[in-house]
Design a protein around this ligand. Structure first.
Ligand code: PSU
Ligand code: MN
Length: 336
């Protein structure tokens, strides 16, 4: 019997993997490869709602100490809304599903010294016993291995401006096409080409929704992008039902839920636009390419907008975490 057939209609958890796969070697490898915090393990065992959180946003997305404080605050928001946070990273080559406060502080202080780990980097970071902060792509795939299907972050990667020459599109987009995890985010920053990003996601078969009633897919710092999502999701329960249907038919592809930043936290369109244009121009002049590109742009936009963009960034991540927790709760209720 093929494992894929057996998994249809079930939530992929380590225990379902145990009963489905007939290769014990693979099993012992997988369960000893992922190390769970006590809090996450208890939640998984008791089938309580969980929300995965990425760690590149800590190391490469924000400066210290705001990154540490935000990571801790975001975990608290998840707990306050009835779910268990599972921040994911690789510490000295060991994959951790759920981090201690000390481990979060360690990553926050390492900053860009930590390896920015996407799918392609995972095996290398493990084998070389490095410390890696997982991007959306790596966090999605590890969350899925751990049996977690809801994930909250700030923004996902996308298709870069000038894609026609650079072919620079984030591995987040292809991961969304191959891994069934729902990513609750504030959309994509306009450091990227938002229209092309949505086209790419459509080609990858990714369900893309906007949370709330505005038709636009959000642009991170601002509520509108000029590009529409395929649908609006108005409640956590509606999101949970779509995730459950995705699992029931074993789609094996992801879902993006774009939550527009709250009105009071949103930035001025023109101000952000100008900062982004400067940052993109500098990145071209300095020949910044590959995995350095996004961290460079994030840092420059933060600098050029002073403390304002950081404030917006922190507010939107917390909002996403609270909505993700509510979705995870409703999803757990559906499968109970
Ligand atoms: N966008 C943000 N903040 C971030 C990132 C993107 O607004 O912190 C991070 C995420 O970890 C995302 C990664 O997965 O950057 C994408 O990098 P790249 O474009 O190199 O794929
Ligand atoms: Mn890239």
């Amino acid at each position: 019997k093929a494992p894929s057939t057996l998994l249809v209609g079930r939530r992929f958890t380590l225990s379902s993997a145990c009963s489905s796969f007939s290769t014990p070697r693979l099993l012992s490898t997988l369960s000893s490869t992922l190390r769970f915090s006590d809090e996450v393990k208890a939640a998984l065992d008791q089938k309580r709602p969980l929300v995965a959180l990425e760690s590149t946003i800590i190391s490469h997305g924000m400066p210290y100490p705001a990154n540490f404080e935000t990571a801790i605050a975001v975990e608290k928001v998840v707990r306050d809304n009835g779910a268990t946070p599972a921040t994911i990273a690789i510490i000295d080559g060991q994959i951790q599903i759920g981090l201690s406060q000390d481990q979060i502080r360690h990553l926050a202080k390492m900053g860009r010294e930590a390896v920015k780990a996407s799918r392609r980097d995972l095996a290398v970071v493990m084998a070389k016993k490095q410390t890696g902060a997982t991007t959306v792509s790596a966090t999605m795939l590890l969350a899925h291995r751990a049996g977690i299907s809801v994930f909250a972050t700030g923004g996902i990667g996308g298709v870069h401006r000038g894609y026609e020459n650079s072919l620079d599109a984030s591995a987040d987009l292809t991961e969304l096409g191959r891994t069934p995890v729902a990513v609750v985010c504030a959309g994509v920053k306009s450091i990227l080409d938002i229209g092309k990003t949505l086209e790419f996601l459509e080609t990858q078969g990714v369900t893309v929704a906007t949370y709330g009633s505005t038709p636009d897919f959000p642009a991170f710092f601002t509520r509108t992008s000029g590009f529409q999502s395929m649908l609006n999701i108005e409640t956590p329960k509606e999101a949970a039902e779509i995730i459950a249907a995705n699992q029931a038919v074993d789609l094996q592809s992801g879902i993006v839920i774009g939550v527009p930043i709250a009105e009071e936290d949103a930035m001025d369109d023109v101000l952000v636009g100008e900062a982004i244009n400067v940052a993109v121009k500098e990145s071209i002049e300095q020949g910044i390419v590959g995995k350095e590109s996004t961290p460079f742009l994030l840092k420059r936009v933060n600098e050029l907008t002073g403390g304002n963009s950081l404030k917006s960034n922190i507010a939107l991540v917390k909002q996403n975490a609270s909505i993700a927790a509510k979705i995870a709760k409703d999803l757990a209720a559906l499968s109970a």
